[in-house]
Ligand binder design. Structure first.
Ligand SMILES: [Zn+2]
Ligand SMILES: [Zn+2]
Length: 278
């Protein structure tokens, strides 16, 4: 029987510290309150891949771009904690990060994770062979030199190590290769996971690594969220928990985007819901 959801969460929010986002922490928080969310988590991008030399290694400090370091990341965490205190009677505000995972810099990721007291860390595979497959500026170079099967196989093998790393609260936007891949390779990309995903799902269940439903796919013209309904059902059958639901907002008006729809879908599939049911 369906319970009533007492509190929606949005656990994937990029404030303006992320170089591809705009809006400050307070603006996002006020928007979340106005939409009736019970709890939000800021998850600014943290990309520490030493083999990449592009802008995603930077943090935006009020229009000034700096290489990520301990001091400027503390400005982010301190601001989130300050806003959390200011609005604590209206909403719970948590402080987290979205880490880009790569097997060749696990030591750097561990240093980061151990160095901060964050509430929640999303682990995402954004890059294959150090090329971002979620950036329109880079992805087509990758697509031109890789077939669909190669893309999906490479992605799930990178994701396997991301899960095996075992330090993330949730795996972000699990089938994000479809973001630009659907238009490039066609609809067969929507079933291409079938050949490769099972070892990843088994490992997630075994290690207790959770999944997120990321609603941003629907902002990009997709019919379903990340991951697709089929993958969500496979994950549920594999015994994987739903750790979070998030909008991947990059500007304040995107906070809470289709979050109630994601809850409804998760409930229909059978997941225990993050945020609580009364
Ligand atoms: Zn991401
Ligand atoms: Zn994100």
């Amino acid at each position: 029987m369906r319970g009533k959801i007492s509190s929606y969460i949005d656990y994937h929010i990029h404030p303006g510290y992320s170089v591809d986002a705009r809006g400050n922490v307070e603006e996002f928080t006020r928007e979340a309150i106005s939409k009736g969310l019970g709890k939000i988590c800021f998850t600014t991008h943290v990309d520490l891949n030493p083999q990449r030399k592009v802008w995603d290694l930077y943090i935006n400090l009020g229009g000034k771009y700096s290489r990520f370091n301990r001091e400027n990341f503390s400005r982010y965490t301190e601001e989130v904690r300050r806003i959390a205190r200011k609005y604590s009677s209206k909403i719970d505000v948590a402080c987290g990060a979205e880490l880009s995972y790569g097997r060749h810099f696990e030591d750097i990721l561990l240093d980061f994770i151990n160095g901060y007291d964050l509430d929640f860390i999303i682990g995402s595979v954004h890059c294959l062979g150090n090329v971002s497959i979620t950036s329109s500026q880079e992805v087509f170079g990758y697509f031109r030199s890789h077939g669909l099967k190669e893309l999906v196989q490479d992605y799930y093998s990178a994701l396997y190590y991301c899960v095996d790393f075992g330090r993330f609260g949730a795996i972000g936007h699990l089938d994000c290769y479809k973001k630009y891949g659907l238009a490039y390779y066609g609809p067969q990309i929507l079933t291409a996971h079938r050949e490769f995903i099972n070892p990843v799902l088994e490992l997630m269940a075994q290690k207790g690594v959770g999944l997120e439903i990321n609603t941003s796919a629907r902002r990009k013209g997709h019919q379903e969220f990340y991951p697709s309904n089929e993958i969500l059902e496979m994950a549920y059958r594999a015994g994987i928990k739903l750790a979070s639901i998030g909008s991947d907002a990059h500007q304040p008006d995107q906070v809470g985007f289709l979050i109630p729809d994601a809850y409804e879908l998760a409930q229909d599939i059978g997941f225990d819901l993050p945020g609580g049911i009364s």
